[in-house]
Design a binder for this molecule. Structure first.
Ligand code: SF4
Length: 705
């Protein structure tokens, strides 16, 4: 170990913990938490602590390849540029696509978005963040006029009531869970309610657990909205000064309950005890400082956006937003889903949280001085691969993600890629289900080698910094994108020599013609030098003036929403059943998600033996009675089958599951295990507004193997 500790950020979940890393002369990396980072104050979870074990050459993609043959960078860049150029010239801008990732750094994301939307002239760039939190984005936009997370992590600790909806914080965002646990120890009167069909480890600190039927969140929060209004818990001043739509939202909430009439009937429909429902309503109503945290359990649904708005409605009705301990809070899965949102990495957004309006399109084009602009949203993730299957998209470039594992109906995704004329994959890993289908493979730098910024779930921008030299010939994603862009004939716009220059341009665009009508503004960094970028310390946006270092920023305590009339909108929503219901043939509901010690497709966490020890093989969790009903033995093997595909997994019986439902992790791949990709089972149905797939509700059948 040397004396040089480099401050960087954990590459896993959206908590965005600060890490200090030390590389010795042999390249061995030692890790410790960064005590100065406001996300974690020095603490790290099991995954973060094991980061040093993952900085090894195992499995790395170290050189460019074309059709299995090693080539040099010049050949690779020229080939990709020519194929994309020729495809666009022959078939138009929408015949090509980029599929990117919340693992990219903001600077990578920025130039990828600029290339597609401002130079190719197509918005066919989408991201795997579509699978994670796009329903929250759409819900924010409907309610607030823009994609703003109103609160900050401190709200989790100072709330008197913390409601966790569809969030297994203990496993998926462990450091936030630790912060909440400590807050409850410090203030035992703080209440925690968990709303989740499963009893998870998060329930260990809960005062109340509502194991509602999968997909019934809108019904629950509509009932709460009606209850709050009926019992005089609105904030009339907040409603009249800062919002609109309360009457319509309440009308919808009442209509949603239909003939159900009283709480007993609603509780029956939710599949929970009436006493629990009543306690939840009463606690929420009586507690001023309420923070409602929601995650994939809410977002990954065909009614995900409505669920988000049903939650936000309750906070707007009570005026509990933007003050310490109060507000709805979307916690993201990936380390840089938020940074992707900020640069327009989603197919339906422009850079700097701008929408596809005529004004914004013209503004961005003027700023970029670009030859063309996409004029309408592009294909969202599932649709993008459908278009490949249909032959409309003929060339695709996939960066830092593995859609053959992670997208729903994953066997169909694989077939779409096999059919696509030209597939480029940039990755730091050589052998994945997706790299196996690439015509051209480009070696990208991974965590510990790359440098740039990420934004965590509370809008805090932090640096990732290089700790060790890159493996082989691996290059930064932003460099690869810019080199291809220049070879495609775009002489202007991509002459960056340092990631700090890209960040400075991104900052300039955030403030460009921004009269306060846009939330995302970091224009304080517009003229930043590369040296200042290298020294950048974590900060929360907005940051319009340098030195504006308030530690805990919040939005909307006094209105000032980003809608045209600056009022928030309560959105009328009604409960809808998940797209596919169980049947005699497929009688069980499949829910999917993460386990504590693995990350995505395990390419990094799978390298740490202590992380693999937690849950070492693909499995389903199933209630013992349900297992018995279908002839499954505890620790035996089961075949799981849906309309779309099948999987072979170990059986874990658990009374913490609801009967009639199974849970299966997302991590195993076709490379690590022959038949254990949950994506192959999952239905490709999506939310009609956000395009986010329904990963939490696929009808399946199980049988002993
Ligand atoms: Fe923090 Fe998440 Fe990394 Fe754990 S995985 S150290 S909670 S950022």
């Amino acid at each position: 170990m040397t004396n040089d500790w480099v401050k960087t950020t954990c590459p896993y979940c959206g908590v965005g913990c600060g890490v200090e890393a030390n590389a010795d002369e042999s390249g061995k990396v030692t890790i410790r938490g960064d005590k100065s980072h406001p996300a974690n104050y020095g603490k790290l979870c099991s995954k973060g602590l094991a980061l040093g074990d993952t900085v090894v050459p195992t499995g790395r993609l170290t050189h460019p390849y074309q059709d299995g043959q090693r080539i040099n960078w010049q050949q690779a860049l020229n080939t990709v540029a020519k194929q994309f150029r020729d495809t666009i010239d022959a078939h138009g801008p929408d015949s090509v696509a980029l599929y990117v990732s919340g693992q990219l750094l903001t600077e990578d994301y920025y130039v990828a978005n600029k290339l597609m939307k401002g130079y190719v002239g197509s918005a066919n760039i989408d991201t795997n963040s579509r699978l994670c939190m796009s329903s929250a984005v759409a819900g924010h936009k409907r309610a607030f006029g823009t994609d703003t997370v109103p609160g900050c992590y401190q709200d989790f600790e100072v709330a008197d009531l913390l409601v966790l909806v569809g969030s297994n914080l203990a496993w998926c965002h462990p450091i936030l869970f630790q912060r909440v646990k400590q807050a409850k120890l410090d203030r035992p009167n703080m209440k925690i309610i968990v709303i989740d069909p499963r009893v998870t480890d998060t329930c260990d600190i809960a005062d109340l657990h509502l194991p509602i039927k999968p997909g019934s969140d809108v019904l629950l929060f509509n009932a709460l909205l009606a209850y709050l209004a009926a019992n005089d818990h609105q904030d009339p001043e907040y409603l009249s000064k800062y919002t609109e739509g309360a009457e319509q939202a309440l009308h919808a909430a009442h209509a949603d309950q239909g003939d159900l009439g009283d709480l007993q009937q609603i509780a029956t429909k939710l599949g929970i005890d009436n006493a629990k429902l009543t306690e939840f309503m009463a606690l929420f109503a009586a507690t001023e400082k309420v923070t409602t945290v929601y995650s994939q359990g809410v977002n990954q649904s065909t009614s995900g956006v409505d669920k988000v708005n049903a939650i936000i409605n309750c906070h707007l009705l009570t005026g509990r937003i933007g003050r310490p301990g109060m507000g709805p809070f979307s916690i993201t899965g990936q380390p840089n889903a938020m940074g992707g949102r900020e640069v327009g990495g989603l197919a339906n957004m422009l850079a700097a949280h701008m929408e596809f309006t005529d004004d914004a399109i013209a503004r961005v084009q003027t700023f970029w001085d670009s030859p063309t602009m996409a004029t309408e949203p592009g294909a969202k993730a599932v649709d993008l691969f459908n278009k490949m299957e249909q032959g409309e998209i003929k060339a695709v470039w996939i960066m830092a993600t593995n859609p053959v594992v992670s997208l729903p109906d994953a066997d169909r995704v694989k077939a779409a890629l096999q059919k696509c004329d030209f597939v480029v994959v940039s990755d730091c890993i050589a052998d994945t289900d997706t790299t196996r289908l690439a015509n051209v493979l480009l070696p990208a730098r991974g965590w510990s080698e790359k440098s740039g910024t990420v934004t965590n779930s509370e809008r805090r921008i932090s640096r990732q910094r290089a700790i060790v030299p890159p493996a082989g010939e691996a290059m930064a994603d932003w460099w690869i994108i810019c080199e291809v862009a220049k070879r495609m004939g775009y002489k202007q716009g991509f002459n960056f020599s340092h990631e700090g220059e890209i960040f400075a341009e991104h900052a300039q665009l955030s403030g460009y013609e921004n009269d306060g009508s846009r939330d995302f503004d970091i224009s304080a960094f517009s003229n930043m030098s590369n040296e200042e970028f290298d020294a950048l310390t974590p900060f929360q946006w907005p940051m319009i003036t340098k030195g504006d270092i308030s530690l805990h920023k919040r939005f909307f305590a006094e209105g000032n929403f980003y809608t045209p009339n600056r009022r928030a909108r309560l959105i009328p929503v009604k409960h809808r059943q998940p797209a596919q219901d169980v049947s005699d043939n497929y009688p069980l509901v499949l829910n999917s998600g993460r386990i504590r010690d693995q990350w995505h497709t395990m390419t990094r966490t799978g390298l740490a033996s202590k992380l693999n020890a937690h849950l070492p093989e693909p499995f389903i969790s199933i209630h013992p009675d349900t297992a018995k009903q279908f002839g499954l033995e505890k620790e035996g093997l089961a075949n799981v089958e849906s309309h779309h595909g099948s999987a072979l997994v170990r059986v874990e019986t658990s009374a913490r599951m609801r009967q009639g439902e199974i849970f299966m992790p997302i991590h195993w791949t076709g490379v690590t295990s022959s038949r254990a990709r949950v994506g192959a089972l999952v239905s490709p149905e999506v939310d009609p507004t956000s395009g986010q797939p329904e990963f939490k509700h696929t009808p399946v059948k199980v049988s002993p193997w």
